[in-house]
Design a protein around this ligand. Sequence first.
Ligand code: SAM
Length: 286
Amino acid sequence: MILTNIGTVKEILSRHGFSFSKGLGQNFIINPDICPKIAENGNAQPGYGIIEIGTGIGVLTAELAKRADKVCAVEIDSRLLPILDETLADFDNIKIFNEDVMKCDLHKLIREEFQGLRTAVCANLPYYITSPVIMLLLESRLPVDSITVMVQKEAAQRLCAKVGTRESGAITVAVNYYGTVRPVFSVSRGSFMPAPNVDSAVIRIDPAPEPRLDEENEKFFFKVVRSGFSQRRKTAANALSSQAGIPKEKVYAALRDVGLSENARLEQLDLQQLMDFSVRLREELI
Ligand code: SAM
């Protein structure tokens, strides 16, 4: 069954009485070039178990299952289950979990389903939870080699921006802290049914094998980043004193100690500077 054939897709959906849910970010891929490319760039290969988030009618799921040893896909919408029974009937290496990915125990899933396999995440993410899903995967330190996801173009630009530039945000700092991130390819809005109002892009995050900071310093680092980026036009001293109640003198001292100007804004610092500054500032406060 060719799941990028518009006639086929419409026929299956109408036979099952399925209507797209905007709220669940249901824009299904109908461009045949896209899913093979996501799979090939996303570690879908022998020796790998792949977690997919959001199956739709299974167009990406099938391409992943053709290449990897096993695919476990988490899909919240139970109306898609009978459709998937039909569209993925030829595969015996796919397991569907009818759950909300935000509530799913993915560590347990990996332990129980992917024994002896390396693991990766591949997905065309529902747009309304792009950042929460990415942060969940990274913060929970899911043991995966890569996270290859389609997101809205603007989100991709922000995620792949250089830390320390105007285009970057707190999420840019977070993904660069937890790993490395790079754009893979762009996707036009016409590649989906229904077509969304914006273009998309596929990005790949490779989580770092080891934490960059110990637990306490990491917690403090994110407190600093959140405060700094919620008032990004303010100097570090002003943002941290108003957002986190940290005395300005302590901020000045830490900035000086790591060779930065007292007027520095956190959004201007690169990742290493941000980490050095936050570790030093925490020492000032202990
Ligand atoms: N992979 C399919 C494709 O590319 O055609 C569908 C992608 S569509 C952008 C997003 C999918 O995620 C939909 O099937 C939607 O029902 C599902 N979804 C939305 N929210 C979810 C959640 N919280 N947990 C799991 N799946 C979710």
